[in-house]
Design a binder for this molecule. Structure first.
Ligand code: ZN
Length: 173
């Protein structure tokens, strides 16, 4: 397994040193959402260009530890061009990967408030590709928030966009 761990470490370092989709989008029209992890001091700003159906473009700014920044880079590469439904499925799968391992480490109770660890229905397995490199992070529970920060921020952006579109269409009626 050492070989696999080396590969994972290389993937994480590559995304940290050469972050994908780094930068900003003009906001508006892009949606700008911020995430902060006080445990580690990580900051993530996600810019989303959404048309209601699809993540047309995504940019990431911010600063923090290598886990938070490389996870943000992987997140941006994974969701760019995807439908919002696919992006949400990836968020669920990523959080499940983190919470499953968290639960395994801590016994039954791996739920710290925002994880779905206690839900009966697990999301269907999804090919996470490079994102699997981050599963080693669960050995260090304090770093899990670093890895999930950008995904939580993305989820916030999708939620805000959905709410904004819902209120717009309600006004039309
Ligand atoms: Zn961190």
């Amino acid at each position: 397994m050492a070989g696999l761990e080396d590969l994972y470490r290389e993937i994480i370092l590559d995304h940290y040193r050469n972050p994908r989709n780094r930068g900003e989008l003009a906001s508006p029209p892009a949606r700008r959402v911020e995430g902060f992890n006080p445990l580690c001091g990580d900051e993530i700003v996600v810019y989303l260009d959404l048309d209601g159906e699809r993540v047309l473009d995504v940019k990431v700014a911010g600063q923090g530890c290598s886990i938070s920044q490389s996870s943000a880079s992987m997140m941006s590469a994974a969701v760019k061009g995807r439908t919002t439904a696919e992006a949400r499925a990836l968020i669920r799968a990523f959080k499940a990967m983190m919470s499953i391992h968290e639960a395994n480490l801590d016994g039954e109770d791996g739920d710290d408030g925002d994880s779905a660890g206690s839900q009966a229905a697990r999301p269907a397995p999804l090919d996470l590709g490079e994102l699997a490199a981050l599963q080693g992070v669960v050995k260090f529970p304090v770093r899990i928030k670093c890895a999930t920060l950008s995904w939580a921020t993305l989820a916030l952006g999708l939620d805000e966009e959905e709410a904004a579109r819902a209120s717009l269409s309600a006004e039309k009626d």
